[in-house]
Design a protein. Structure first.
Length: 319
């Protein structure tokens, strides 16, 4: 318990330190938030896409749950559970707090789900999200490579890193969907050399379960690409009026996902501090000087949307 408290305190200190450094260096201007109010139609569109993104996330998770479900899962019910999880992830410390809340509600509706399976489904759901990010970012990096290099030669190392991630993910997916026997044979070979290692048996069982769920995982990856695309659209809608360069949506799709990956690191809720630093660096490479302020706008809008999850939470508590 003490260790967990100290870890959360350390994360909070890291996030606070990053925010202090960005503010003191003049890279983060909190007053720029008022700029969002100058474009109410963009703010409304951003909230609409937030709802649609949450719907797609819910649809993705339902596909993963269907591998073990004994009864049909209500899409609307899971939608509210997902929103409640986002609310608790925003107000409580710890990166899996929201997942624990989601597991609690889903198990109440279908006791056939084990806590272990539900926890793994949440992990797999996150993994599908990262996979969608890499595929989206890699595709647009390839598509816009020449334009991005002409815009800023400093983007070359970043784009090469994107290509590396894309190649790694595509290779892994090809092995998973088309050559699953290779992994199974490798694990069996290890088992022959280490017959007493029970971990191999568990890995084999897990791999077989994943192979059986390939249709659900395939759908989850496709949905994830749509979710991540919407995330970039929301970001672009909110901040593009502040651009000093001619960055179009298809160009920022080549590097904003990398910032989202940094935000996923469990340091502070919503990537506070870490996201500010990451987007400051990414946009600076592309020639935009206000990356931390851009993320500030996005962060506050997303936090507001997440906090609205208290409404379904209160509604479900009364039932």
């Amino acid at each position: 318990m003490v260790k967990k408290v100290l870890l959360n305190l350390l994360k909070a200190l890291v996030a606070a330190g990053l925010l202090w450094w960005l503010t003191q260096s003049g890279k983060l201007n909190w007053e720029v938030i008022s700029e969002v109010r100058r474009y109410p139609h963009r703010l409304l569109m951003a909230f609409f896409f937030c709802f649609f993104s949450l719907f797609l996330c819910t649809w993705r998770w339902r596909h993963l749950l269907s591998a073990r479900a004994t009864r049909p899962q209500s899409l609307m019910g899971l939608f509210f559970v997902n929103w409640i999880g986002m609310f608790f992830s925003s107000v409580l410390p710890g990166s899996v707090t929201g997942d624990v809340i989601k597991i609690f509600y889903v198990r109440k509706k279908d006791e056939a789900f084990s806590a272990t399976f539900l926890l793994f489904s949440c992990f797999l759901d996150r993994l599908m999200g990262v996979t969608g990010l890499v595929l989206l970012m890699g595709f647009f990096s390839v598509l816009n490579y020449g334009t991005l290099i002409s815009l800023s030669p400093k983007l070359a190392p970043l784009l090469k890193f994107n290509f590396f991630l894309l190649a790694a993910v595509v290779t892994s997916l090809a092995a998973f969907f088309f050559f699953p026997g290779l992994i199974r044979q490798t694990l069996n070979q290890i088992k022959r050399f280490l017959p007493k290692l029970k971990l191999i048996d568990r890995l084999l069982e897990l791999w077989n379960d994943l192979i059986a769920a390939r249709p659900q995982i395939g759908w989850a990856i496709l949905i994830s690409i749509g979710v991540q695309f919407l995330g970039v659209v929301i970001f672009y809608l909110l901040v593009s009026p502040q651009f000093v360069t001619n960055l179009s949506l298809d160009l920022v799709l080549s590097f904003i996902p990398l910032g989202f990956m940094a935000v996923a690191i469990p340091i502070a809720p919503g990537g506070l501090g870490v996201g500010h630093a990451a987007f400051e660096s990414l946009f600076a490479i592309a020639g935009e000087p206000n990356g931390a302020n851009f993320f500030n706008m996005y962060f506050l809008v997303m936090m507001l949307f997440n906090l609205l999850g208290f409404i379904p939470w209160l509604a479900l508590r009364r039932k």
